[in-house]
Design a protein around this ligand. Sequence first.
Ligand code: CS2
Ligand code: MG
Length: 402
Amino acid sequence: MTTIERAEVLITSPGRNFVTLRITTSDGVTGLGDATLNGRELAVASYLEDHIVPLLIGRDPARIEDMWQYLYRGAYWRRGPVTMTAIAAVDTALWDIKGKVAGLPVYQLLGGRSRDGVLVYTHASGSDTEALLDDVARAQDLGYQAIRAQAAVPGIAGTYGVKKNGRYEPANSSLPEEQPWSTEDYLRFAPTYLRAVRERFGFDFHLLHDVHHRLTPIEAARFGKEVEDVRLFWMEDPTPAESQDAFRLIREHTTTPVAVGEALTSIWDVQHLITAQLIDYVRTTVVHAGGITHLRRIFDLAALYQVRSGSHGASDLSPVCQAAAIHLDTAIPNFGIQEHMGYPEQVSEVFRTGVTYADGHLHVSDAPGLGVEYDDEAAARFPYSPKYLPVARRLDGSVHDW
Ligand code: CS2
Ligand code: MG
């Protein structure tokens, strides 16, 4: 019987930190899984190295579902980002191996194509409205049909979602940077720049906006209602989602579609959001929500309630996660949209991916498995250094949701 012979936790920082699990079978087949948890990378690395790798050796790599159940139920301690990211890494690597053994790309193992390409949205942002408009024009020139718009709130240094020197990378500091926040200023300003985007570019493309957990439910309801004329594709994370029922209040007041899920890690975290139809798009990911196996389960539940996928795809999700996401997006019936933020240049030296961009869509290659290769020599040139996401404080000094 083929068994798992080796599992290595690989850490590298080609412009940003990534953790990758590589599993090798007794037949010499390797599989990759993303294990990156932004700002908490070493916690997952230790969970894998100290508590999972010893359990993998000698097991059958073909038993993907059984491995998922074994690592989830078998740990006794369930859910949470560290656990679910570690399980995701194993699951993704086993799908990669299964594809290579079968000689098929992973989307074929998931039922084959439901679509020709995966619609993606890119980021446009600016230090003010004019700069944002220039960036929207740039994104349209690149062929994007869906664009997320964010502008710096006047007087609020370091507003989330805004690029500096052409790139947005919030985990940028060896200790968490503290950034000010004013809900009042945001609520006054954001509708004006979203309206300016529609006035300049019209309605012939999808416009998205990320609220990044900054509002209370009633504030989010007011915001959604106020921007209805802008016809957003979605407002993302309008309020923190620990209390799923909080979204009911938003729903009662506005027809602006709602997307949630980048910080949620299991089907139970989105169960009520989906079954009560409190959201329109579920944004959970391969890497943080238990891998391809578990994310497929979330999307299948969502399909029953006309909720579509809209997976998070920021630069802290590695090209291995991105490839896995595009395979799943290609196969599922209820795909909505996929985030495509792009990576620092050096990332392509370490991860050689078969994912390609054309005309506002991403495409997977037909290479067996996920179609991503990891270059150890290149990875060694980019040593890890801790980088934290910022912390937000209200103008009175108290901590706010970042
Ligand atoms: C953002 C992310 O892409 C998004 O929608 O919310 O940039 C998020 O802040 C980071 O991925 C956090 O690690
Ligand atoms: Mg977001």
